[in-house]
Design a protein around this ligand. Structure first.
Ligand code: AMP
Ligand code: MG
Length: 484
């Protein structure tokens, strides 16, 4: 008996009406091999270590079939850079199956890069190694930071050539999440006037993801409220850690409030609120500082798609919850990052002075907070070394230490707590780029090292300290192409 016999699968999405998807068989790449396998996550799903079973490769690469898999491409639509596009859907990814974890919760296994589907439009249905590594690293980094995200179960590389700006290696990512349903799923059924199916979709989401909404007077309004709150929490976490998604189209927004569809994302190096990570984002629509307002724009688009199910006034009332929730979560995060737990009447002024200071000095965002978490008893440490103008930094530091006198804990207690929320390691674009360039030559050691530090970014990792270094000048403000 193989482990496959004890895998518990479900077909909740595949049981929806035909209009929700098209069944598609994966088109295998040539000579696939694993280059990453997420052992701890695999264990959660009852899947063995890679070395134990060659059938893992055969099944995930699409060389042989497992009866529990029922591969399909989801249909959805979405607003891309503010413009509605009805033609979207899984153009290169397939939902393979839903699989139970050890607690009995179902997760979807999605194979990204599996070939053409009816929704591929002009694309080739493929993903390249470069973008697959970027998604693998980023989703595991976000998980390590404690931020809601899809996960990466494994990564396959192949000998198939894929044509982008240049010839690249075809690769595939096995991605997991409890649901791949996007805001764009709702928009599809709304704009195509299939309002009966819109209701079927909402009932599906409520039944499987927000069952407590069934007890509310309007379950659809309650579902929307959950999505608003989760999205606000996610954005607060992005802003606190310095993450820019880069392509916040409504088809890249998860109804579970998870970070989703990693493309030309970036983490802040220097503190620069206007940071634009996406090479194709000429207007800066998706710049770092605009993410909160774009998230609200996207939620408003979702609200519009829900008008057949919920009164406009009620939707507007729920949308109004977004801003205060985001503010509350963001300030909770930033207070924790600064180690300030007592509330004080002058805190507003102190916070704005702090952000002005960070912006005017353009200090490295991650290193600043980590250094602040490592001050010694005299309030000294490596912090001042991060600044060109040490005097300016000294003035701010004194105001900070004065503010800290209002706290009841000692410096060392405070620093211990701060190091648990201020990462030492962050996925800087140049680090990802270096790992990719080595991997393209067949050496995945940098990918493996990066995963080690990113999966527990608050730990010290003494032998891998180099990944916490400041970026070299060439590595700062890298913009990433959308082609993936
Ligand atoms: P993205 O910008 O990656 O979120 O993709 C937007 C849409 O384009 C989605 O419907 C994708 O499935 C589709 N897409 C992206 N790249 C490809 C590709 N290489 N082949 C086919 N469809 C793609
Ligand atoms: Mg997408």
């Amino acid at each position: 008996m193989s482990f496959w016999d004890s895998i518990n699968t479900s077909t909740r999405y595949a049981s929806l009406p035909q209009a929700f998807f098209t069944r598609v068989t994966p088109q295998p790449l040539s000579c696939c091999r694993w280059v990453a396998w997420n052992g701890p996550l695999a264990t959660q799903f009852g899947l063995p270590p890679l070395s134990d079973d060659p059938s893992l490769l055969d099944v995930f690469a699409g060389y042989s079939n497992f009866k529990g898999f029922d591969p399909l491409a989801m249909k959805y639509a979405g607003h891309q850079f503010g413009v509605y596009n009805p033609e979207l859907g899984d153009g290169r990814g397939l939902l393979l199956c839903e699989i139970a974890d050890l607690q009995g919760t179902f997760h979807e296994l999605h194979l990204k890069g599996a070939g053409l589907t009816p929704y591929s439009r002009s694309g080739d249905g493929r993903a390249v190694l470069r973008s697959t590594i970027r998604e693998y690293l980023a989703s595991e980094a976000m998980h390590g930071l404690g931020i809601a995200t899809t996960r990466a179960l494994g990564m396959l590389v192949s000998d198939t050539a894929v044509y982008r700006e240049e010839i690249e290696q075809g690769a595939m990512l096995v991605r997991t999440t409890q649901s791949h349903i996007r805001f764009g799923h709702f928009e599809h059924f709304f704009y195509s006037q299939q309002h009966e199916l819109l209701k079927v979709l909402a009932d599906h989401v409520i039944a499987h993801h927000y069952p407590d909404s069934l007890e509310q007077h309007n379950p659809y309004a309650s579902m929307f409220e959950h999505i608003v709150i989760r999205t606000a929490n996610m954005i607060a976490d992005w802003q606190s850690v310095g993450f820019a998604h880069g392509v916040m189209n409504t088809d890249n927004m998860s109804i579970l409030g998870e970070t989703f569809d990693y493309g030309p994302y970036g983490f802040l190096d220097d503190y620069e609120p206007g940071y634009i990570c996406n090479h194709s984002d000429y207007q800066g629509r998706y710049s770092f500082e605009r993410q909160p307002s774009i998230a609200l724009w996207n939620l408003t688009a979702l609200a519009h798609a829900l008008t057949p199910l919920v009164d406009r006034e009620e939707l507007d009332r729920i949308l109004e919850l977004f801003q205060p929730r985001l503010q509350q979560e963001y300030s909770r995060n930033m207070r924790a990052k600064l180690g300030l737990h007592q509330k004080h009447q002058d805190d507003g002024d102190f916070f704005s002075a702090t952000f002005d200071f960070l912006q005017s000095t353009q200090v490295d965002y991650t290193r600043f907070f980590r250094a602040l978490s490592s001050l010694d008893r005299e309030g000294k440490g490596e912090l001042l070394d991060l600044f060109v103008d040490r005097n300016q930094a000294q003035v701010w530091l004194e105001s900070y230490l004065k503010r800290c006198e209002l706290e009841i804990d000692s410096i060392s207690e405070r620093c211990t707590r701060m190091r648990a929320v201020n990462p030492k390691y962050i996925l800087r674009n140049y680090l990802a780029q270096q790992a990719i360039e080595k991997a393209q030559k067949g050496d995945f050691s940098e990918v493996d090292n990066l995963l080690l530090v990113l999966q527990s970014p608050y730990e010290e990792h003494p032998s891998l300290q180099r990944y916490a270094n400041l970026p070299p000048q060439w590595g700062k403000k890298m913009v990433i192409s959308c082609s993936s």
